[in-house]
Write a protein that binds this ligand. Structure first.
Ligand SMILES: Cc1ncc(COP(=O)(O)O)c(C=O)c1O
Length: 423
């Protein structure tokens, strides 16, 4: 058999695997690791949604193959959500497809629209499927950096209007210098991992630019409902004319704490949605019908649970920012998402995000995600997920404080420990 399969060869070893391996080893030794690594929501799914699932499972015929693009009531419920939340009108027949989580929808959209060698513009750092969904589909990726050099301080996150301008100019530059001309650009706000948010003015400019440059827009709005300050995140589909070129992905995973249920949506341009529906019709029979019925109940039912989930993330965020600052690690409060994007503290900046994350597991009993796992421009940062309760977050801060205090000890040399950790 050939040594390595063509597609598998294009998937690099998982950056998070090294940290995961150390985490598992530490746990096997009996360490109580505070896991702020994976963005895996820990809160229970609201009871009325679970009840709906249980009721539906008991009904006859719900065991049968379901509808690949989603049952009609579910697509209608998603259209109703877009209407009330964004003022965007969707035709549930032609402009909405239910997906097995937004990740599956994104990856199969990449399959549906990519010809081998097409160039796709992807922000860096970003959620890995934005890049690897297209790599698996045979595309070439051109990164648009969302960090930039800062005088005397290595690189840092662009902020506010600077970040928006840098991204728009990055698109122009990439199109000018790419052969073949890029097919699509990925947008993802609120961003995982940086938590950056944007407003409608930015989307208006992107839509204008993408139309001028003949680019498809794929917008990942997985954190639409997880926001803490400022106006709620908008949809790019609110921009007049965006429907001509845009598909947007949303998810129930974070909004209703339903990550394992695998329920998301793609909505927008009919041709693009049609292409996704066609590919999916060959690949799957849709989510289990009771999951689709319960997801419909989530979207159509009382929304107080969403406010509670949002409030829980917000108080965890405040707890993290405040307790980590007291421990000596300044973390910018994320305006949205369930992540803080934190620069590696000064004494460890040179060891890099993977070694630093490994050190935190070994020396502070804390797991975080190394920034490098989100792309080359993620180096210098770690992502801290708000997936443990406040008591555990405060414990993490105490561990950090001791860890940072040890690093000030002149007898303590960081580099040998980093080497040790990588063995
Ligand atoms: C930006 C972003 N998109 C998509 C996903 C995947 O979500 P889903 O569970 O809907 O596949 C995540 C999960 O962390 C995410 O952060």
């Amino acid at each position: 058999m050939i040594e390595e399969f063509h597609r598998v060869k294009r998937l690099p070893p998982y950056v998070f695997a090294e940290v995961n391996r150390l985490k598992a080893a530490a746990r096997a030794r009996g360490a109580d690791i505070i896991d702020l690594g994976m963005g895996n929501p820990d809160m229970p799914t609201p009871q009325h949604i679970v009840d709906k699932l249980v009721d539906t499972v008991a009904k006859p015929r719900t065991n049968r193959y379901s509808a690949s693009k989603g049952i009609p009531g579910l697509r209608k419920a998603q259209a109703a959500y877009y209407a009330r939340r964004f003022g965007v009108k969707l035709n549930p027949e032609t402009q909405v497809v239910a997906t097995l989580g937004s990740k599956e929808g994104f990856a199969n959209m990449a399959q549906a629209i990519t010809a081998p060698g097409d160039v796709i513009l992807v922000p860096s750092p970003t959620y890995p499927i934005h890049e690897f969904g297209f790599i698996i589909s045979g595309a070439a990726i051109r990164h648009i950096p969302v960090v930039g050099p800062v005088a005397g301080a290595g690189s840092a996150q662009f902020a506010g209007a600077d970040a928006e301008t840098a991204f728009l100019r990055g698109i122009e530059r990439a199109v000018k210098h790419s052969i073949p001309k890029p097919l699509a650009v990925v947008l993802s706000y609120p961003s995982n991992p940086t938590a950056m948010t944007v407003g409608l003015d930015f989307y208006t400019e992107v839509v204008q630019l993408a139309k001028k440059l003949d680019l498809i827009i794929l917008s990942d709005l997985a954190y639409a409902e997880i926001y803490f300050q400022g106006p709620p995140p908008p949809s790019v589909l609110q921009v007049p004319g965006a429907f001509d070129i845009t598909v947007e992905f949303t998810s129930l995973s974070k909004t209703y704490a339903m990550p394992g249920w695998r329920m998301g949506f793609a909505v927008g341009n009919e041709r693009l949605i049609g292409a996704l529906a066609r590919v999916k019709s060959y690949l799957d029979y849709g989510a289990f019908t009771p999951v689709q019925v319960a997801a419909t109940a989530a979207l159509n039912g009382p929304q107080a649970c969403v406010e509670e989930i949002r409030a829980t993330y917000k108080s965890r965020r405040d707890c993290l920012v405040e307790s980590f600052a007291r421990a000596g690690w300044q973390v910018t409060p994320p305006p949205a998402s369930m992540f803080a994007w934190a620069p590696i503290p000064e004494p460890y900046r040179d060891v890099g995000s993977v070694e630093f994350a490994k050190l935190l597991v070994e020396e502070a009993d804390i797991a975080v995600a190394p920034g490098l796992g989100f792309g080359e421009y993620g180096e210098g940062f770690v992502r801290i997920a708000l997936v443990e309760n406040e008591h555990r977050i405060r414990q993490a801060a105490r561990n950090i404080k001791k860890f940072l205090a040890r690093s000030r000890d002149p007898l303590h040399n960081v580099i040998p420990i980093a080497r040790e950790a990588s063995r």
